[in-house]
Design a protein around this ligand. Structure first.
Ligand code: C5P
Length: 315
């Protein structure tokens, strides 16, 4: 039965695919009393995916999780996993038994500044909503998503959007065409809170302005001009990330020398995102960076793509 008393032929396993994000602009404001920073960011969802599978479990068995895929050993497989917290929050909110087996297959870099953990939380909300027959309204899921993390609401919707507040208040952005990216992951991750702390340390002696959207980024997105977008990419967390990880400068410089239209640390890093003109340019950049050994992996991606989506059952 669903919560409106209708019999629901809920599938026993629901699969949801969810993308990674890149911040095309990340303007960070002053530290707030709650420990967060006001942001003005332009998110773009790109075609690197995690998949979350939610399978019904016997009553009383609770929420369990297993993880596979790239770098899966670095992902917590317990109650602190954001997908587990998402399933628990959803069950609490709708007062249904929190019984589900979750499986996360990682394709998004772990601790990379591409919101992989937040993506899994968004996917778990969508998967458990369908598995448990809740039919939650999109706004209801978005409100729960915001409780789980600043990036989680964006991974529900995907596309390209401006995020304000902590990043959780979204408005869609008009975009023409698709943009091609090369994503360079790092051998070691960076913790997001430590990068924000470094931002605060570096900002100690100056007045941090209120963050606002950059007109040049908006214009480049509207016209679909990758060269203009490449020139306009900006990230206030890049300087603190580089001060913690100076080796990333060489990755940025090598990619620029190999023809990238734009190069930027993704979110809090250490993943670096290169905007390129087309598939051939992506290949050229990949061939230039691969032999240096500076990156753990080099992946070609496109954006914008939709947010968390149920994968239709075969047949
Ligand atoms: O919201 P989320 O859990 O993803 O944030 C992780 C950490 O990043 C926060 O604990 C905080 O240290 C930092 N953060 C911030 N301001 C934001 C978003 C995140 O300071 N707007």
């Amino acid at each position: 039965m669903d919560r409106r008393g209708r019999a629901s032929p809920a599938p026993r396993t629901v699969r949801v695919r969810v993308p990674a994000k890149i911040n095309l602009q990340l303007a960070v404001g002053p530290l707030r009393p709650d420990g967060y920073h006001d942001l003005c960011t332009v998110f773009q969802a790109v075609s690197l995916y995690d998949e979350v599978r939610a399978t019904s479990a016997v009553p009383g068995s609770g929420i369990s999780i297993t993880v596979s895929g790239e770098e899966y050993a670095d992902v917590p497989a317990g109650p602190q996993n954001l997908a587990v917290r998402a399933a628990g929050l959803l069950a609490d909110h709708f007062d249904v038994p929190p019984d589900v087996r979750l499986h996360v297959n990682k394709g998004i870099p772990v601790a990379g500044g591409m919101a992989g953990g937040s993506a899994d939380a968004a996917a778990a909300l969508v998967a458990c909503d369908l598995l448990w027959g809740l039919s939650a309204a999109r706004d209801e899921l978005a409100a729960l998503a915001a409780q789980l993390g600043s990036d989680v609401p964006f991974l529900l919707t995907g596309g390209t959007a401006i995020g304000t507040g902590r990043g959780e208040r979204l408005s869609p952005v008009l975009v023409q065409g698709r943009f091609e990216w090369v994503v360079a992951t790092s051998h070691v991750g960076l913790s997001t809170p430590s990068v924000y702390r470094r931002f605060d340390e570096l900002a100690q002696d100056r007045q941090v302005p209120e963050p606002v959207a950059d007109d040049a980024v908006m214009a480049a997105l509207r016209s679909g001009d990758p060269a203009a977008l490449g020139a306009a990419l900006s990230n206030d967390l890049q300087a603190p990330a580089l001060s913690l990880r100076p080796d990333l400068q060489l990755v940025l410089d090598t990619g620029r020398a190999a023809g990238a239209l734009g190069a930027i640390v993704s979110g809090s890093g250490p993943t670096v995102a290169f905007l390129v003109a087309d598939g051939a340019a992506a290949m050229e950049l990949t061939l230039a960076l691969a032999p240096t050994g500076l990156c753990r992996s080099l992946r070609h991606a496109q954006g914008p793509v939709p947010g968390a989506q149920v994968v239709p059952r075969a047949g």
